[in-house]
Design a protein around this ligand. Structure first.
Ligand SMILES: [Zn+2]
Length: 377
């Protein structure tokens, strides 16, 4: 599981020897057979052995043990239904070994260095949104936090509503029944206020991009009115779902909202891209123009139609990406043919700290060539 805390903890690792950082793309859509990514791993292992040699004999021994452990882990099998990328961080000299399973693919890469190489994980975190679901009723509030579509945390607030009598010692006013009802309202209101405060402090501590509310309609309306404006501004939808719903029910409902939000945002960005192209100079579309803008580091936001993949060329020497090969137009070296230059473009964009938006089911972007970019300059 990737989280900001985990990436920070990995980045802060202090060890006595070099660290092996290995990223492996195990995406079932591109590597249907185990042998496909195991072959990729063998290439990475060879590369790492060569890199380790430069760090001296102790590093060579430690890295060799890291590589054995990584290979054994991959061969041992794992559940690919939720995992599309793996990241390993190891330093056998210190007995350190960690595996991060990513629900999003990563590109194959192996690094031997004194510090862990966490940038690809950071790029994944930066590019994909985090959201929270808050379920409320008159005595309960539950906050679920999702990172990259996976439930990562769950906080409960429970404020019991007194039943049947005025045990809190409030003076009796009017008829007893009306008084009890009014008192119940007050207690419920205090509970929602408390829940709103807890929600704000939790989300201020670790912010999310979106908040989804759920519960009985009239309770949700009251709760939303009590939320701090910072939280209220992030509310994207309300679900009619019991406050006692199980984590899986919450996750399914939340992912449906998240998908709709992503689709709406994608459509809005494609509209902006079309305007930018119309205005001239602020946007590009189509594979050739977009790759050229990426290579020139002019891209601010990369937009890609979901599922778009096409062959292209990559220069390993200067990182040039283009639709035609084989000679690199920048450094004149011979380039590699890659089966999916769009994937390379996404990775390049993430590595350059550009924003990336995968756009689903948007005919306008398809007409523009299935890829485009808003430019910085
Ligand atoms: Zn080149």
């Amino acid at each position: 599981m990737i989280s900001e805390d985990r990436v920070r903890a990995l980045a802060g690792h202090q060890g006595s020897c070099v660290v092996t950082s290995c990223y492996l793309d195990v995406d079932g859509r591109r590597h249907p057979r185990h042998a496909d990514y195991e072959t990729q791993l063998e290439h990475l292992v060879r590369e790492a052995r060569e890199k380790a040699a430069g760090f001296g004999p102790e590093a060579v021994r430690s890295v060799a043990a890291d590589l054995d452990r990584i290979t054994a882990w991959v061969r041992g099998g794992f559940d690919r239904s939720h995992v599309r990328g793996l990241a390993f961080f190891a330093c056998s000299a210190d007995g350190w070994f960690e595996v991060v399973e990513s629900p999003l693919p990563t590109s194959n890469e192996i690094v031997v260095n004194h510090t862990p190489h966490v940038r690809p994980l950071e790029a994944i975190l930066q590019a994909y949104e985090r959201f929270a679901v808050v379920l409320v009723d008159r005595q309960r509030a539950r906050l679920f936090r999702f990172d990259l579509g996976e439930l990562t945390e769950h906080t409960e607030v429970f404020d019991a509503v007194p039943r049947g009598g005025d045990q809190a010692g409030h003076p009796a006013r009017g008829s007893r029944g009306a008084n009890v009802a009014r008192h119940g309202e007050e207690v419920a209101h205090r509970h929602l206020k408390h829940a709103a405060d807890v929600t704000f402090s939790e989300l201020r501590e670790r912010p999310v991009d979106h908040v989804i509310l759920g519960g009985p309609h009239e309770v949700v309306v009251e709760f939303e009115g009590l939320l701090h404006p910072w939280v209220r501004d992030r509310v994207v939808d309300r679900l009619v779902i019991p406050a006692t719903a199980g984590p899986d029910e919450v996750r399914q409902a939340a992912l449906a909202v998240e998908e709709a939000v992503t689709r709406r945002r994608g459509a809005a960005l494609v509209d902006r891209l079309r305007d930018a192209i119309g205005a001239g100079g602020a946007g590009v579309a189509g594979l050739e123009a977009t790759l050229a803008a990426l290579v020139e580091r002019r891209v601010d936001l990369l937009l890609v139609s979901d599922g778009y993949a096409t062959e292209g060329w990559r220069c390993r020497s200067c990182r040039y990406l283009g639709p035609r090969g084989r000679r690199c137009p920048v450094c004149a070296k011979s380039m590699d043919l890659v089966d999916d230059v769009v994937e390379e473009a996404v990775e390049e964009a993430l590595a350059n700290k550009c924003r990336v938006q995968i756009v689903r089911e948007n005919a306008d972007l398809d007409v523009l060539g299935r890829i485009g970019a808003m430019l910085r300059f």
